[in-house]
Write a protein that binds this ligand. Structure first.
Ligand SMILES: [Zn+2]
Length: 307
């Protein structure tokens, strides 16, 4: 038996029923841990962001273009503020929560509080960007307190793909014990097979304890085997490594600093001897010193003279 622990974050794809069913499963423990460390997140926000990042990776894995990306945005009246995750077909993901240190009061159970923190009134937006042209964007109203139930509802109602999505994060005293997810989708050729749809629905419901299977160190392959083994399951050999990775860099931060204009940049030089900028998506801190800022001012002058 293959075990999950020690292998690292990965995503596997499978088909069953002659391609009528597509399945993707992911282990995301390390990248959820990395997000928690970078944003100094509480247990509560780690669970929610881990689930959202996992879902974004599962959706991105179904895109066809190597440069394609999927972003998920929960915008609601809940205490989290905005929850954002952005994943690529290449297995990279980044994300943040507006209020990373939010914690439930000690008396309340975490699952109750996730609902309160996500909020009831709001929207889920999913953007699929193939890397050129206008990205495809869909919105649904929130229908549940759960990350994966809202995303399943989006897939079924907005993209009209019969789908089941599960994502779970379990936290212990040492941090993230396990994080992962599973997405099942029914392809058009199988959609008239109502017996199959019903059977799958029952099986997915029985997978409610997905996170506890992962906790028991049962591999993604075994979980898929249990779920679809009698339906001609074919697990594809390619294993996609996954990681938390942002697209920010020093040059982009310098580009953003240009927007302040010469007067404010001069103030930064005189008062602070430089500037500090934190990337919203990954909390990486970039420091621009006096010379960096002088360079931007010089560049601003050159650009304005030549235009
Ligand atoms: Zn970043």
């Amino acid at each position: 038996m293959i075990e999950n622990s020690g292998i690292g974050d990965r995503l596997i794809r499978a088909v069953a029923k002659d391609g009528g069913i597509r399945a993707v499963a992911a282990m995301t423990t390390n990248l959820t841990t990395e997000a928690r460390r970078r944003h100094k997140m509480s247990n509560l926000t780690t669970v929610v962001l881990g689930q959202t990042m996992t879902a974004a990776l599962l959706l991105a894995s179904g895109m066809k273009q190597p440069q394609a990306r999927v972003s998920i945005r929960f915008n609601s009246d809940g205490e989290f503020g905005l929850i954002f995750a952005d994943a690529g077909f290449d297995g990279t993901v980044r994300g943040y929560v507006d209020n990373p240190t939010l914690n439930p009061p000690p008396s309340e159970s975490m699952s109750l509080d996730i609902g309160k923190a996500i909020g009831q009134n709001g929207f889920l937006q999913v953007i699929r960007d193939v890397g050129y042209g206008t990205p495809y964007s869909g919105n649904v109203e929130l229908v549940s307190n759960e990350v994966s139930e809202n995303i399943t509802y989006y897939l079924v109602s907005s993209e009209q793909i019969p789908s089941a999505l599960l994502s779970g994060v379990f936290i212990n005293d040492d941090g993230v014990e396990v994080s992962g997810g599973l997405l099942l989708q029914i392809m058009p050729q199988a959609r008239r097979d109502f017996d199959l749809l019903e059977a799958l629905d029952g099986r997915v419901r029985s997978l409610d304890e997905f996170t506890s299977l992962l906790k028991q160190d049962i591999s993604l392959e075994s979980i898929l085997e249990d779920l679809l083994g009698d339906l001609g399951l074919d697990i594809l050999p390619e294993v996609q490594p996954l990681k938390f990775k942002c697209r920010c860099n020093f040059e982009r931060v310098m580009g953003a600093l240009r927007l302040f204009g010469e007067t404010e940049l001069r103030e930064m030089i005189n008062e602070d001897h430089g500037a500090e900028a934190t990337c919203q998506f990954c909390s990486e801190v970039y420091r621009a010193d006096r010379q960096d800022l002088e360079k931007i001012i010089l560049n601003l002058k050159e650009t304005s003279e030549s235009s």
